[in-house]
Design a protein around this ligand. Structure first.
Ligand code: MG
Length: 166
């Protein structure tokens, strides 16, 4: 069954949203590189890779369903951040926005009785739970260690050990 025009538009918007996420995280990686927090920078590079992979999943899915992926302009991401906590709070807020977008797509797939699209979105919905959980945890830990340089470096080492863009 071919994707409806409405769903194709929504999936194309999501390709853009995922690429915008990738671009945002790359900008955050640059902030951390500049601050010599290489573990945080590594974590953000992995986020960048992961978001690009998400975009490609939607890209491939549109074509699997007989549609056509069309690419839109990606807005310039913010470059200035106040602190690691500021970056991670923005990351969490951003992931919550992405969750809302995916939920809206799921709503549309339900309204159109597109069961295949619903199943495809299940995995992404589950991943958003993980994304938000991970970002929330980092925000909470940064709040706990606020002003503690040794704690920040310990976190940097931990985030630097992330092995997969999961
Ligand atoms: Mg994503």
């Amino acid at each position: 069954m071919q994707l409806s025009a409405n769903l194709q538009d929504a999936f194309n918007d999501q390709i853009n949203a995922e690429l915008a996420s990738a671009y945002l995280y790359l900008s955050m990686a640059a902030y951390f590189e500049d601050a010599d927090l290489t573990g945080f920078a590594h974590w953000m590079r992995m986020q960048n890779t992961e978001e690009t992979a998400h975009a490609m999943r939607f890209f491939d899915y549109v074509h699997d369903r007989g549609g056509r992926a069309t690419l839109q302009a990606i807005a310039q991401p913010p470059a200035d951040f106040r602190s690691p906590l500021d970056v991670m709070e923005r990351t969490l807020a951003h992931e919550r926005e992405v969750t809302a977008l995916i939920n809206r797509m799921y709503q549309l797939a339900m309204e159109e009785s597109d069961y295949a699209a619903q199943v495809m979105l299940h995995e992404l919905i589950n991943e958003q739970v993980e994304e938000e959980k991970t970002a929330e945890e980092i925000v909470e830990h940064l709040r706990i260690i606020e002003g503690d340089g040794a704690g920040l470096l310990q976190m940097d080492a931990r985030l630097g050990a992330r092995t997969a863009a999961e």
